[in-house]
Write a protein of this length. Sequence first.
Length: 230
Amino acid sequence: MPGSVVDDDIELIIEDIHGNGGGKPPSRDGDDDGGGGEGGGGEQAPEPRRPSTWKYSAAVLLAMVSITMFFLVPTAAFVALRVSNQHSWTGIRLPAVLWVNTFILLLSSATLELARRKLHIDDARSFRRMWMLTTVPGALFVAEQVIAWRQLALQGVYATSRMASSFFYVFTVLHAVHLLGGICALLYVGLHEFDATRVSRALAADVASYYWHFMDGLWVFLLALLYFGR
């Protein structure tokens, strides 16, 4: 009968409301979670874990701060002695090769940035080529620093000859030693096979670039200090 059919439908609606807690109706697939339960195939696989960049950036920042503090001591001593010995101070003539070295080092920073751009667009071959163009001038810089020291030695200017020459050797030798550390970092980034789930090559290149640019800026500062403090 029509009345009994209507009553049956009302009873079914009431049962559905109480059974679902007044919430959403059951899914057409028979699963409220869209088929993504414990054994369902709708569950998405977790994304690969990406390495955090802050701790590596913080480490190289700490290294740069430490090097800055390390160089502040001889810098302060140089300025103090230069001011207090204005009349007796005897400067040295800076070797011309230092200016060539400065250009080489600044050029290496430019090629390093080009290499990083190639890496970020997934051009691995161009990255390696440009990265080596950064490493080679860095090694050439250190080699030409040795030439500058030899030129001064041939002129009879040694580390113990006068105060100006002492500071020259201290500044240039310490910078060359720290730059060698940067060259080792560049070689590691260029030759090492990286695991992207731990440290990617792009992250390592970024961290190495921070240190390399810092060493370039430090050299420009030291050269200006030696030039104007002659």
